[in-house]
Design a protein around this ligand. Sequence first.
Ligand code: DMJ
Length: 578
Amino acid sequence: TDLPRSPPAAAEPRHASPAAPRRLREKLRTAARMAGPPARTAPGSRQQVQGGESRAQPASGAPPARETRAPFRFDYERFRRSLRHPVRGGRPGEDPETRARRMKIKEMMKFAWDNYKQYALGKNELRPLTKNGHIGNMFGGLRGATVIDALDTLYIMELEEEFQEAKEWVEKSFDLNVNGEASLFEVNIRYIGGLLATYYLTGEEVFKSKALELGEKLLPAFNTPTGIPRGVINLGRQGSRPHERFLRGMSWSWGWASAGSSILAEFGTLHLEFLHLSQLSGNPVFAEKASNPQPGLQGIGLFVMNIRRVLNRVEKPQGLYPNFLSPVTGSWVQHHVSIGGLGDSFYEYLIKSWLMSDKKDSEAKKMYDDALEAIEKHLVKKSAGGLTYIAEWRGGILDHKMGHLACFSGGMIALGAEHATEERRQRHMELAAEITSTCHESYARSDTKLGPEAFRFDAGSEAMATRLSERYYILRPEVVESYMYLWRLTHEPKYRHWGWEVVKALEKHCRVEAGFSGIRDVYTTTPTHDNMQQSFFLAETLKYLYLLFCEDDVLSLEDWVFNTEAHPLPINHTDFKA
Ligand code: DMJ
């Protein structure tokens, strides 16, 4: 998803305001319990809970506590042996043009990284025109978003020296003892996702321990009446000033989200990462089977399983999932449905949860199948010119618009189709190909051959932006993401061809002296630049382009699922307890 990047409004009811001191104290005590360090009890001893109080649990359905488990160690070597394909590398005898194209994309990655390193190392993003760094307000005081987002791409592209530079920064400078208001979603997909993926790829403990430490800090966001997390969390700082300790672990809803609601694509995009945190910290892989939830990360899988329970209970209008849900009542707050921003990765994580479980998580598969059926029935449309698109839905009225973000859905639907019944498989593959083709049209119909932020199918418009405010391109990945999946699943040459068009357009319009920049208008051949090299350009756009020109067994879809920031997380072929 993609969300307004302003901090929560002051007027937003913080769910523990100074006007409610008793409630606040209770919340703080609970938050402190939940944000406490992982249990370090001796084998077989009884788990101690801070302050002697009962442990925090997800709002519903959590089974009662029992004795602690034996200490757990994740068997990394066994995990690596379980992979069916090598994770990287070229293959002998490949076509020289494909190799040359892949090398070009590798060069683009090196250029993006080198400039970030030179002008902005330790900041969150590079500003390539002014040659300095940008911090922003999404990550609650965390720094180095580009480093963490780039790590696995550098590794996969075999940019060894650059990978070592990034790793060294994580070891020496990545500080988790920060204080500030962070987006739970963004920290999860970029930082937790990036660290987990790099751990699984390299086996380097530093990435695992940072992911687990950061994961701990996110737990208090789940402390709501329903267990649906709020969008913003104060990451807190240990041993800091009183007002900072006061806020530590507090969470609240975005100021712009109606009636203190939580966003579908935010609370629905935690599952993959949290199950891996759970796995690495010792809980059985599939949390619904856990019989002794514990405070801290070991029970983290239960928190995300509880989200499912709430969603399964609430009635869905026409089977569709609206984007805003109250974390207090567990009911929808507004009936806006979108497979683009605010909704997008919720659907993606349903099908990927099933794939990541080695196709055992049938609940996720059913939720995905039902959701897609409702989308097909109510939102999929064909334009007068024959282009298939997915409209948005506002309380029953269709908005004939697709955001760039919604273009990931071609890849998602193709991925799901692979595993569907024969009748659905064919229909969904066609739908996936048609949507990807429509998204390609949004690029092909622009002067730069890059696509706008949103395009419409009304008032005579077909796959083009009609509003000035929707003409920009900020180096987003969703269209090339779909090309990559469609290539892997069909091997139709057009997807590589379309991907190469994007490479040429990026070089022509987005490459500047010190990095890559977004552009403000895709409909002019002399666009102005927005002076921002987004971290997802290194995590996603360049990675998906590179994989488009790799053999299928590089980060094979049989071994990995990509989180929504393109960080590969392994499919659980087995239980890796040691
Ligand atoms: C990325 O952070 C992720 O892909 C997210 O799911 C949506 N927005 C950006 C890229 O456009």
